[in-house]
Design a protein around this ligand. Sequence first.
Ligand SMILES: N[C@@H](CCC(=O)N[C@@H](CS)C(=O)NCC(=O)O)C(=O)O
Length: 206
Amino acid sequence: MKLYDYIRSSAAYRVRIALHLKGLAYQASPVSLLDGVQLGDAYRALNPTGLVPSLDTGEGIISQSLAIIEYLDECYPEPALLPGTPLARARVRALALQIACDIHPLNNLRVLKYLTGELGISEAQKTSWYHHWLRQGLAPLEQQLSDSDSSFCWGESPTLADICLVPQLYNARRFKLDLTPYPKLTAIEQACNRLDAFNQAHPDRQ
Ligand SMILES: N[C@@H](CCC(=O)N[C@@H](CS)C(=O)NCC(=O)O)C(=O)O
């Protein structure tokens, strides 16, 4: 399999974690977001959205990190990235989607570039925007998870929710968000980062 990847893309980081959790070998094909390679004709021919990641499975190309991860989970069921009952699966997907749909798109590179470019806001205003939407998203996650005895977002092994959480917190640190109001989320992050798969997928290891 070939992963169209960018080291600091949190959506690509999710897929790297899933590939390593499953123990799947893959070839990384870097797409430099800073150089705008994702917007060029060659990459758009593979993925018209101009976003990473994309996974070439050998049988076809899939976009959207969550669709890719669920594809991997269906093709390579062990270890499972979703729990065993419909209700638990819905809860894990809901946590993952809170991050992937309600936080991440607001703070994506193209959004931040539009704000500072076309709309002319300052770097300080951009950071304020970024922190605002992160706080709006992380506070309910902390509230939902704080009473849980689990080391992870759900149960005692990583799921799709942890796969979304860890890259989002990495991103939050890059933008210097104070994470002290989220002790449960950072404890889950630590539990994940003790695992080899999360380490292998980390941006510093690419
Ligand atoms: N919903 C998509 C989001 C993909 C996405 O936004 N990728 C970002 C990097 S994390 C990207 O390629 N940004 C390029 C840009 O903004 O120009 C997914 O989960 O795969």
